[in-house]
Ligand binder design. Structure first.
Ligand SMILES: O=C(CO)[C@H](O)[C@H](O)COP(=O)(O)O
Ligand SMILES: [Fe+2]
Length: 221
């Protein structure tokens, strides 16, 4: 299995101090920075556009993993790529032309991701396996941070890892990832763990929180 990578989600950061927050998690050992883009249409919340990606880009050289929860996504792919995204994920449920979206992302020179909601069957991924660099499995319903991990997604993660046998595709687990749930995610085959509240929430420093998630995942994989 690929290495375990930890991707703090700035959805749970202090929005008035993005620069400081991004530099802090970068120095605390984050492997990627996860940016949740929501449109108030595909999901019932509104967050960031390409200019926020551009602003974050100035504060870190770590890969920026942009999770688009927008519908349609295609008209905005170039803007997010140009703003500094390294990877762009589009939702399987967000449009009729997933293959075209993935092709466009790769043509823009970025890593292409397909994100899948908790209720969506894995069959939607079968015909795009050669066209993705990452599959993002939602382990909460998209739209908000701080929700509880949906345990029923664990077998789905394992099925996707089995489906990917022989391919070097990252499986990104997004939603409710904590030191308590990280082990099960890694054991099922997830290798990139997105964590918002578990990193930026109260308590000890960011380095300790990132290490706790990483250690739990490494121990279980
Ligand atoms: O895509 C997302 C929500 O739609 C977020 O990335 C995710 O919820 C992270 O937040 P938390 O770790 O607090 O669950
Ligand atoms: Fe996300």
């Amino acid at each position: 299995m690929p290495d375990i990578l930890i991707a703090p989600s700035i959805l749970a950061a202090d929005f008035a101090r993005f620069g400081d927050e991004v530099r802090a998690v970068d120095q605390a050992g984050a492997d990627w920075i996860h940016i949740d883009v929501m449109d108030g249409h595909f999901v019932p919340n509104i967050t960031f556009g390409p200019e926020v990606v551009r602003a974050v880009r100035r504060h870190t050289s770590k890969p920026l993993d942009v999770h688009l929860m927008i519908m349609p996504a295609d008209p905005y792919l170039e803007a997010f790529a140009e703003a500094g995204a390294d990877a762009i994920s589009v939702h399987v449920e967000a449009g009729p032309h997933l293959h075209r979206s993935l092709q466009t992302i790769r043509k823009l020179g970025k890593r292409a991701g397909a994100a899948i909601n908790p209720a969506t069957p894995i069959e939607h991924l079968v015909n795009i396996l050669d066209d993705v660099d990452e599959i993002l499995v939602m382990t909460v319903n998209p739209g908000f941070g701080g929700q509880s991990f949906i345990q029923s997604q664990l077998p789905k993660i394992a099925q996707i890892r089995a489906m990917l046998a022989g391919r070097t595709v990252d499986i990104v687990i997004d939603g409710g990832v904590t030191p308590e749930t990280a082990g099960a995610c890694a054991a099922a085959g997830g290798n990139v763990l997105v964590a918002g509240s578990a990193v930026f929430g109260g308590g000890t420093g960011y380095a300790d929180k990132i290490a706790a998630i990483r250690n739990a995942a490494e121990a279980a994989k």
